[in-house]
Design a protein around this ligand. Structure first.
Ligand code: IPE
Ligand code: IPE
Ligand code: MG
Length: 240
């Protein structure tokens, strides 16, 4: 049973397996992404109901530009559709949406939709739902380093650069409300790798892997993965 008193503060998810889900059904890949978006919607709702404070999902990586133009266009069209259909519900659930990643260069309509979603939910106080979009952990760290280098050049930072300064310069830092590091990172579809997600922030995250393909990932399975997380013994380098 899930212990409601020991819920993770921050859950991050690598939503993988949409393509294989579609292939199994002889459908185009974009249909897999469509089904994946439905799954995401259900998980956001359940995370919000469970009182989780932060949910971060990996929606599009800096490496995903290597895919076909057809697939990329399809993914960003779906994003516009998601905002159109679900913004109202997110507002009702008091969800605040943020973006991790450089979404300035995604297709214009998708960017406009994201801007609308950020603006419309910015005062909400419930679940903070971070969408990692054109996100890469290395991009995140590189951007933070450049930001700090600029502060050194301008004289705003005079002493040493600290871990705390780096954390605060990341997408999860000051600009998005100082999100705590993820307690647990879930990856679906049987792959067991990080694929350039939250590299700095994952230092002490628990990992839960499941063979379930993302579109088949239900709120019930989500709760089971959280139970698995709760069974772990987190030591953070200390002794028992
Ligand atoms: C994850 O599903 C979604 C994105 C990366 C956008 P995939 O599209 O990677 O699905 P598989 O791994 O090919 O099955
Ligand atoms: C990671 O999945 C990125 C997202 C889920 C958005 P990928 O399918 O792109 O990762 P690899 O290529 O299997 O490592
Ligand atoms: Mg994949």
């Amino acid at each position: 049973m899930l212990d409601k008193n020991r819920m993770p503060k921050h859950v991050a998810i690598i939503m993988d397996g949409n393509g294989r889900w579609a292939k199994k059904r002889n459908l185009p890949r974009v249909m897999g992404h469509n089904a994946g978006m439905q799954a995401m919607k259900e998980i956001v709702r359940r995370a919000s109901d469970l009182g989780i404070k932060y949910l971060t999902v990996y929606a599009f990586s800096t490496e995903n530009w290597k895919r076909s133009e057809e697939e990329i266009t399809g993914i960003f069209r779906l994003l516009v559709k998601f905002v159109g259909l679900d913004l109202g519900e997110l507002k009702e659930q008091n969800v605040r949406v943020r973006v991790f990643g450089d979404y300035s260069c995604i297709p214009a309509r998708a960017k406009a939709s994201m801007d609308e979603m950020l603006e419309e939910t910015k005062d909400n106080t419930g679940l903070q739902f971070n969408i990692a979009l054109n996100y890469g952990g290395r991009l995140d760290i590189t951007r933070a380093v450049n930001h700090l280098a600029e502060k050194v050049r301008s004289g705003e930072i005079t002493g040493e650069i600290t871990e705390d300064m780096i954390s605060r310069a990341l997408y999860s830092g000051d600009e998005n409300g100082d999100v705590p590091d993820p307690d647990v990172i879930i990856r679906t579809s049987g792959e067991e790798r990080i694929s350039n997600f939250l590299l700095w922030q994952a230092a002490y995250s628990e990992f839960v892997f499941t063979d379930v393909l993302w579109p088949d990932f239900t709120p019930e399975i989500f709760e089971q993965t959280l139970e698995q997380y709760q069974s772990r013994d987190r030591r953070f380098g200390g002794r028992k």
